[in-house]
Design a protein around this ligand. Structure first.
Ligand code: ADP
Length: 423
């Protein structure tokens, strides 16, 4: 302000002396000051507009201060940009180095936005040629299309092979990445699948090899009589029971191996009224009048699937209900429709029930709530595993509700796609 006042005063004096009017002097000084500030402003604006870096600022006064502030901000943003670029480079190197493939997809059109080297290797994608292409146009297998369009696309898609890379087994997993992008993670699970195959073959072979010797032993035991040694009678009877149990375990293991070996259940029409009659007959035979058995059929429809498998699953549930329900209890087999157009077969009993903490694990192989109780009841520990496998192959779900000392309910829930209406 002092400097401005000095300049104006100087202008007034010079104006008065040279131009006979102090105001003309003041006006000339003011005009030159305006022009000078305008020039400085224009210079800064031009630098900013052209995105040029200021060379160290050097003026004084208000413009010097402004330039030095701008200079400092520019340097800071330059340093930040370099840091960001190096983080991005490191991130890209990590993404490229991980053995799992990663593909970023647009949610709407499934266009490929980015993929790493592993994704290119595992899926046969080409960079940059495939960027922007629709993922399902490049990987056209029906399983992938079905998975992307189906309701289970957030569940991993396992054991996929890609044309041209037949000996590699992949798993695909979709992760919601941002609001309009998916992250597709591709993993090579060939070793895992091979190990799984070895395990499956081992169980199947052992069960198969045990079957013949067990049948022979069981056959001879059936013919064996205690004769002159009546004290042998309970021993022979126990041997018969135990070989019978072993034979049942082997049969259940073989059934599970068969279920695992075939990928899809057959698609015949399973006539439910006749299956329900068979289940009722089997329940009566097992129960021998100890429990009250009731069959309720309100569904008036049939099922699509494999009769053999569904029969095996349902009769496992019925046999459990009989085995875990004390004398005088009640067992209800109910076949009914659901609001969504699907149908449900449930087996409800008034038996011993299952403590809540065991329910999540009850369908695992050989998992038992109480091994002595299961053994006494003649169980193999594989029944519910078979039920779960069979239902999985029929796209159905097993719902379990149970309360200790009150009873249990096992419901097999089938979607509308599995229902066949009566003609
Ligand atoms: P198991 O041959 O031992 O019965 P499952 O796989 O059929 O094997 O059943 C696993 C366990 O679940 C059983 O050991 C039993 O404890 C429990 N369970 C199954 N069904 C019932 C039921 N209806 N009531 C009570 N417990 C049950």
């Amino acid at each position: 302000m002092w400097r401005l006042a000095g300049l104006l005063l100087g202008g007034a004096i010079i104006g008065r002396v040279l131009l006979a009017s102090a105001w003309i002097g003041i006006a000339l000084v003011a005009l030159s000051l305006l022009a000078w500030h305008y020039l400085r402003l224009w210079r800064v604006l031009r630098l900013l507009r052209e995105r040029r870096l200021l060379v160290a600022p050097l003026g004084r006064g208000v413009w010097g201060e402004l330039e030095s502030l701008l200079y400092r901000r520019q340097r800071e943003s330059l340093v930040r940009k370099r840091k960001l670029a190096s983080i991005l480079r490191a991130y890209r190197q990590v993404a490229a180095a991980v053995p799992d493939g990663a593909v970023v997809l647009e949610r709407q059109g499934l266009a490929i936005l980015w993929f790493n080297d592993s994704a290119a290797r595992l899926l046969g994608l080409r960079y940059p040629h495939d960027l922007g292409a629709r993922f399902t146009n490049l990987l056209r297998t029906p399983r992938v299309l079905e998975w992307f369009n189906g309701p289970d696309r957030l569940e991993p898609l396992l054991d996929l092979t890609v044309p041209g890379n037949d000996n590699v087994r992949l798993s695909l997993r979709l992760i919601a990445y941002t609001e309009n992008q998916w992250l597709l993670v591709v993993r090579d699970i060939s070793t895992l699948m091979r190990l799984e195959q070895v395990r499956r073959d081992f169980v199947a072979n052992v069960s198969h090899e045990l079957r013949t010797p067990l049948t022979v032993i069981h056959g001879y035991l059936d013919m064996l009589e205690p004769g002159d040694n009546p004290e042998w009678a309970p021993i022979i009877e126990e041997m018969r029971t135990q070989t019978g149990r072993m034979a049942q375990i082997v049969e259940d293991l073989l059934m599970l191996s068969r279920l695992e070996a075939q990928s899809r259940a057959s698609d015949e029409t399973v006539i439910m009224s006749s299956l329900l009659r068979t289940l009722e007959r089997e329940a009566q035979a097992l129960s021998r009048g100890r429990q009250h058995i009731q069959v309720v059929d309100t569904a008036q429809c049939d099922l699509a699937g494999s009769l053999k498998e569904l029969h095996s699953a349902f009769s496992n549930l019925v046999s459990n209900a009989v085995r875990y329900t004390p004398d005088g209890g009640k067992i209800t087999i109910r076949w009914q429709r659901r609001d969504d157009g699907g149908a449900m077969l449930s087996v409800t009993d008034t038996g011993v029930g299952i403590p809540a903490q065991h329910i999540p694990r009850i369908t695992e192989r050989f998992y038992r709530v109480s091994s002595s109780r299961s053994r006494d009841s003649g169980g193999t520990g594989l029944g519910l595993s078979i039920v779960k496998h069979v239902l999985g192959r029929h796209h159905a779900q097993l719902l379990i509700e149970s309360e200790v000392s009150i009873g249990s309910s096992f419901a097999c829930v089938f979607g509308p796609g599995s229902v066949r209406e009566h003609r």
